[in-house]
Ligand binder design. Structure first.
Ligand code: FE2
Length: 285
């Protein structure tokens, strides 16, 4: 899970809006230790269950995981407040972590120092664990990488009419639009959205469908996260005629969406929680 090198601007952008964490009091030393680490996970079970099992196997620490959407988990933590049984909150995006930031403890340097500053909370309460890169997927029979624009802004050009696929209801797409609003401002973001719509994009339900459509030649380009292509290449082989393009000019079309984790100030199991975060940041064996 050593993917933090991918993580950049979105975390810092979202951090810019977060509050500075005030002084906080460590839990009393006399607090009894729990036997089991409780993780509230906004990351899906299919994605993180295997690595959590690996943590338990390697440390002997039992982990009880509650899975739900990140915003639902954040709301639960806020509602439970000091009575929350959660030791660790593992969230799909920085927004979820920011929402509960006042309930998170400052992380030790042994954790924070493993993650570049732009990929973690500015007040030290959470770190990025993994990142999903936004990319442009293009059909390699129709286009070369050099044909693609520096910035996804340029897909508003009428020459892309009828050639673009997108999945506008997808959560990662919407997070990219949030990055646009931060980087470009509301008006330019609105212009991009209406400009793409004027180019009659084909609408797909999700990222996998977008990448398959590019490979099938239904559209020339689409805007998913980076890893969908790899799953399809694994299944269909290297001859599948689509590849990722990381916009050379950066910008919101090249943003990295961060998943991260923090430890609850009320945790009675902070040592185990710290080991959990250290494990999640360690290199895959
Ligand atoms: Fe995804």
């Amino acid at each position: 899970m050593h993917r933090n090198k991918w993580i950049y601007s979105l975390a810092s952008l979202m951090l810019a809006a977060t509050l500075i964490f005030g002084a906080c009091t460590p839990a009393a030393e006399t607090t009894p230790k729990k036997q089991t680490l409780t993780v509230y996970s906004g990351r899906s079970e299919a994605l993180v269950k295997p690595i959590i099992a690996e943590f338990s196997k390697s440390t002997g620490i039992k982990v009880q995981v509650r899975y739900a959407g990140t915003s639902e988990m954040a709301a639960t933590i806020l509602e439970e407040g000091k009575n929350s049984p959660a030791d660790v909150f593992f969230a799909q995006d920085p927004g979820g972590l920011g929402a509960v930031e006042s309930l998170l403890m400052p992380l030790p340097d042994s954790i924070s120092n493993q993650v570049s500053p732009q990929f973690r909370s500015s007040n030290g309460t959470w770190v990025g664990i993994s990142g999903r890169a936004r990319v442009v997927v293009y059909n390699t029979q129709k286009l070369k990488e050099s044909d693609l624009p520096d910035d996804i802004w340029d897909f508003t050009d009428p020459k892309w009419k009828g050639r673009i696929g997108w999945a506008p209801t997808n959560a990662s797409f919407q997070a990219m639009v949030t990055a646009m609003r931060v980087l470009w401002g509301q008006e330019k973001t609105r212009q991009w959205l209406t400009g793409i719509q004027a180019n009659n994009p084909k609408v797909y339900p999700n990222n996998t469908a977008q990448v398959n459509a590019v490979g099938a030649g239904e559209v020339d380009v689409a805007m998913p996260n980076h890893y969908y292509l790899y799953g399809i290449l694994r299944d269909k082989g290297e001859s599948f005629p689509a590849r990722n393009y990381y916009p050379r000019g950066g910008g919101p079309g090249a943003v990295i969406l961060v998943a991260g984790a923090g430890i609850l100030e009320t945790s009675q199991n902070k040592d185990a929680a710290t080991r959990f975060l250290e494990f999640m940041l360690s290199r895959t064996r």
